[in-house]
Design a protein around this ligand. Structure first.
Ligand code: SAH
Ligand code: F3S
Length: 437
């Protein structure tokens, strides 16, 4: 009888990609995926540690999954990813129904770790960050037939004072360019046309003579590659050379998620982001000069220690001047061990103040996005049809600027490029219909 698995994923695109890798490792050693956790011999939860709230949610979910274990004794529960890395054995002490704690550099050994847990009745922990793990030679089980995530870098060498990632993912490790290009060629040969290069500071990529602009250009020119995206770049590594490649290569999409975190120089400095507001704005200017229709997104944190009303106003003002197409907004969450937790206690921004700022920021971000999107209604856009939409009988398609368009159409349009008329917007997403099927 073959063994079965169920994988749940929380957090960022790197985690979604890692789950494809975990599933690939399991599938290669004879595991079959099931359609509900109740039917699985092994349940893996791939977790995020970026904010306290993210961790609470996962702990709640894992407790819920314990119900499955009670009804189906012998089921193994594993917690993987950043929370596993951060908490290690503590996780098993805090939640005794957790059988395995598996950090991001241990996925290659999943089958062995599972066997060990089955033999010993749980208690398996592997959270060693391994310099030697290069993630090569593992078969991924990809979710989409249309677009693929390609991790080109793991870990992070920046030390933003709020961020747990350098602790959970270790130092920056870049993949051999040949391996990246080969993987993309293989996927393109299978019919995938859109590729997103992934890394914590993806554009700091360097390998021998290769830097990120060179790799991006090489990817864009591979046969069968029609769209290339990358996320997330660090503003400091956004060079003129990179902007040139983005502008010159047709396959590179006119879209960028460029985390800013704050619009106040004082706060940026305390965050150790290593750029000023003016420097960030200059990068935005460089992008818009070269690619006038580029869509921009960002990440913003409110309530960082010491942020006062003037600092926050500076963030609102920056958002007004950049006019982002989209932004992920977060309330600062103190992560144990990060430098920001050791700042002056007087600097702590009270919850209600941070919450108030978050709400004002979200309202502004939404207002601007809606204005920009409303101005697109009535135009025609090129889209790639990605999948069946969650809602009813519509298909989900995406513009090169990464905006979602819901269109009516048959399932066999998935994977096709088409021109659609944008007929309406909810503010965030569009509705449309094909103008040339
Ligand atoms: N360089 C990575 C950042 C990963 S974390 C990337 O862009 O891929 C994603 C976002 O989470 C960060 O950009 C930041 O805005 C937010 N974040 C990170 N640590 C946080 C914390 N302690 N509290 C609140 N938000 C945080
Ligand atoms: Fe985190 Fe800053 Fe790196 S946000 S992932 S330490 S660039």
């Amino acid at each position: 009888m073959s063994k079965t698995y169920w994988v749940e994923t929380y957090g960022c695109q790197m985690n979604l990609s890692d789950s494809e890798l975990m599933e690939g490792v399991l599938a290669s050693s004879g595991y079959a995926q099931v359609s509900a956790p109740e039917d699985a011999d092994v349940i893996l939860v791939n977790t995020c540690a970026i904010r306290e709230h993210a961790e609470q949610r996962v702990l709640g979910r894992v407790a819920e999954l314990n119900r499955v274990k009670r009804e189906r004794p012998g089921t193994l529960i594993g917690v993987c990813g950043c929370m596993a890395q951060r908490l290690g054995t503590q996780l098993i002490e805090r939640a005794e129904h957790v059988d395995m704690v598996i950090g991001p550099d241990a996925y290659r050994s999943l089958p062995q770790l599972i066997d060990q847990a089955a033999r010993d009745g749980g208690g398996v922990v592997d959270v060693e960050l391994k310099d030697s793990e290069n993630y090569e030679g593992l078969e991924l089980r990809r979710k989409s037939q249309v677009s693929a995530w390609i991790p080109i870098q793991r870990g992070c060498d920046y030390r933003c004072t709020f961020c747990i990632v350098p602790f959970t993912r270790g130092p920056e490790k870049n993949r051999e360019p040949d391996a990246v290009l080969r993987e993309i060629e293989e996927q393109a040969a299978e019919g995938i046309t859109e590729f997103t290069l992934l890394g914590q500071t993806v554009n700091s990529y360097r390998y021998g003579d290769w830097d990120f602009p060179r790799l991006l250009r090489a990817v864009a020119r591979l046969p069968g590659v029609r769209r290339v995206r990358f996320t997330s770049p660090h503003p400091n590594d956004l060079t003129r050379g990179l902007v040139e490649v983005m502008a010159e290569e047709d396959a590179v999409c006119p879209q960028l998620h460029l985390p800013v975190q704050s619009g106040s120089d004082r706060v940026l400095k305390r965050m150790a982001r290593r750029y000023t507001r003016a420097e960030y704005m200059a990068k935005v200017g460089m992008l818009r000069d070269a690619i006038p229709h580029i869509a921009l997104g960002t990440d913003i944190i409110v309530g960082f220690p010491g942020e006062d009303e003037t600092d926050f106003e500076a963030t609102l003002d920056l958002v007004r001047s950049v006019r982002y197409d989209d932004a992920f907004t977060f309330r600062y969450s103190a992560r144990e061990g990060t430098p920001s937790t050791r700042m002056d206690q007087d600097w702590v921004v009270p919850d209600h103040v941070a919450q108030g700022r978050l709400e004002r920021l979200i309202a502004l971000v939404r207002e601007i996005a809606a204005e920009k999107n409303l101005a697109e209604v009535g135009k025609v856009a090129g889209v790639l049809v990605e999948k069946r939409a969650r809602r009813g009988d519509l298909l989900q398609a995406r513009t090169d600027t990464y905006k979602v368009v819901l269109i009516p159409g048959p399932e066999d349009w998935i994977g096709r490029y088409m021109r659609v008329a944008l007929t309406g917007t909810s503010g965030a997403t569009f509705t449309g219909f094909p103008v040339e099927p």
